[in-house]
Design a protein around this ligand. Structure first.
Ligand code: URA
Length: 286
């Protein structure tokens, strides 16, 4: 085949940028046509996966199993990937083991296009847990959640509310950046959820703040949009937790950057969050 001309290469690059590609992940381009046959028989599922944590956070199962596993090392159906995620999460006895289990998990296709696995930042001993959506460009480069513009706004709001720098423990429902920051697929959220649930069990937070609609829907299972749910307290529960955890949903800092007038609502939420963390009131007391 003849070498592509400069014009053809530029046209291909323009097409990629328009399709949402905004950075190079590998040094050379993989040949997608040379990948193994996805219809090949499925490798055996891992043994003795524990039952799903039945909680309000259960995410609706998409009907078509679609786990992208070009290298053939990972499970090829959503069910076997989910079983692997549950087994790996349940086997993690402490936070460092959980980080390693997430890093080693091959069942979520997002890992193939992300450059880093992003698990957390902050102090788990603070027992103040914030859960966002997914790493963006800056997080994918630096390997920590909320380190870009939205993270700077979040840090500022936390500081004004009286949280010390690094005190709050921050994570996401997805550990890999969706290409071009697209909205995560339900199956991608579902595959990360066993790790998120185990994460919550191991941190045992006093309070949880959900940042934006994706984490709110994933963990609370509330079908309403974030603008309706924000500002309300929920008791987050699943099987592995001894008691419900006071949980507040608020607007995502990236949304606040686009809609600064909404900051007053988020500010109200952060103050309530701070008060509950301090023990000023119990939002779950009836
Ligand atoms: N947005 C998120 O939801 N999480 C991040 O880590 C960064 C931006």
């Amino acid at each position: 085949m003849a070498e592509p001309t400069r014009e053809e290469l530029e046209a291909a690059l323009r097409w990629l940028v328009e399709a949402g590609a905004d950075e190079a992940v590998e040094k050379s381009a993989p040949d997608r046509f040379a990948l193994p046959d996805l219809a090949a028989p499925e490798p055996p599922a891992p043994a003795a996966a524990p039952p799903a944590a039945a909680g309000p956070g259960a995410v609706e199962r998409p009907s078509a199993p679609a786990v992208w596993t070009p290298d053939g090392r990972a499970p090829v159906s959503l069910d076997s990937a989910l079983a692997a995620a549950r087994a790996a999460a349940a086997a993690a006895a402490d936070l460092p083991s959980l980080y390693r289990a997430i890093e080693a998990f091959e069942g979520c296709g997002l890992k193939k296009t992300a450059s880093r696995t992003v698990t957390h930042r902050g102090d788990p001993a603070s027992r103040v847990m914030l859960i966002g959506e997914a790493p963006g460009r800056d997080e994918d480069i630096q390997g920590e959640p909320f380190v870009g513009a939205a993270g700077r706004l979040l840090d500022l709001m936390l500081a004004y509310a009286g949280f010390e720098r690094g005190q709050a423990y921050i994570t996401n429902v997805l550990f890999w950046r969706p290409p071009g920051n697209r909205t995560p697929e339900p199956a991608e959220v579902q595959l990360c959820l066993p790790f998120v649930e185990r994460h919550i069990e191991l941190v045992a937070p006093r309070v949880i703040l959900l940042l934006g609609g994706v984490s709110t829907k994933a963990l609370l299972g509330d079908p309403r949009g974030i603008t309706r749910v924000r500002g309300q307290w929920f008791g987050y529960r699943h099987e592995g937790l001894p008691a419900p955890i006071p949980t507040l949903a608020t607007l995502h800092p990236a949304y606040l950057l686009r809609q600064p007038a909404q900051k007053r609502l988020a500010w109200r939420d952060i103050i309530a969050f701070k008060m509950v963390n301090r023990g000023d009131f119990d939002p779950l007391a009836s």
